[in-house]
Design a protein around this ligand. Sequence first.
Ligand SMILES: [Zn+2]
Ligand SMILES: [Zn+2]
Length: 357
Amino acid sequence: MEVIPNHTQTVAGWAAMNESGKIEPFIFKRRETGVDDVVIKVQYCGMCHTDLHFIHNDWGITMYPVVPGHEITGVVSKVGTNVSGFKVGDRVGVGCIYASCLDCEHCRRSEENYCDKVTLTYNGIFWDGSVTYGGYSNMIVAHKRFVVRIPNNLPLDAAVPLLCAGITVYSPMKQHGMLQSGGSLGVVGLGGLGHVAVKFGKAFGLKVTVISTSPAKEKEARERLKADDFIVSSNQKQMLAKTRSLDYIIDTVSAKHSLGPILELLKVNGKLVLVAAPDQPVELPSFPLIFGKRTVSGSMTGGMKETQEMMDLCGEHNITCDIELVSTDRINDALARLARNDVRYRFVLNIGGNSKL
Ligand SMILES: [Zn+2]
Ligand SMILES: [Zn+2]
């Protein structure tokens, strides 16, 4: 492993060393605390489906050893001399974006997520040439711009998936006007992303319909998540009965599927947003698009300003995620279950957690 001169702070973490995907303890170095840096003692780290793709090199871009984790919460343990917005003891988080150029049109609009030079929190290349290591570790050093404040009323464990799953659905909801009450929202797929979309929709005053392949999820959707309606997507009669009934759809399904039947659920001029990333093209028939003047768009995470705004809104509405806490000696078991989608709805690694904070 390449040694970078100012990387002097020793960190205990967990990494996949090769394509076997097995996670093991891994000691590494992070950079010295720079003037604009915030040092965070990591307490919790969410386990996102993306972690699995990197661990197993599914996209052919993994740089081993990879320390996954881009839903990170903890407590500030040190700040650089040029940091005024954070102090030791503050409750903070880091999400998917670790750095960007700070200077392009996207960065100036706080759309760092669309910066050409965006650096992801792990398996990215930082300004100093080092490979970024994520939150499966007990400490992280981050530039102040990419640190998010966690409202005091939100627990650091159940809030952690908001940093990826939360902002991923919030950003398109804001862009397409779903923060105003009164509209109707369909959420396709009830997993990590889907369950947050349902909670946001209800908090913003939308009528929320869950669309799922699994009839077994109806009770959960209606009773616990307070969804207003539920459609089994393989039930043609149910799908037909809801034709042209929705203003918006957020599609969170990462398996290959056809958008045709889902688009028929949208009213004329309705909007569908894809937020998951099927590795094969989705089917997009032209008829439901043309005959309903419908729009299909995509969205990838969110900018830093928007992430803070989402987090503050979650504080106001008391929105957190439904999680299963995992101890660090069970990472591999949790990843195996995650690969089977056997989680309700997010695994969160307890790295140094203190629920009293
Ligand atoms: Zn993620
Ligand atoms: Zn930029």
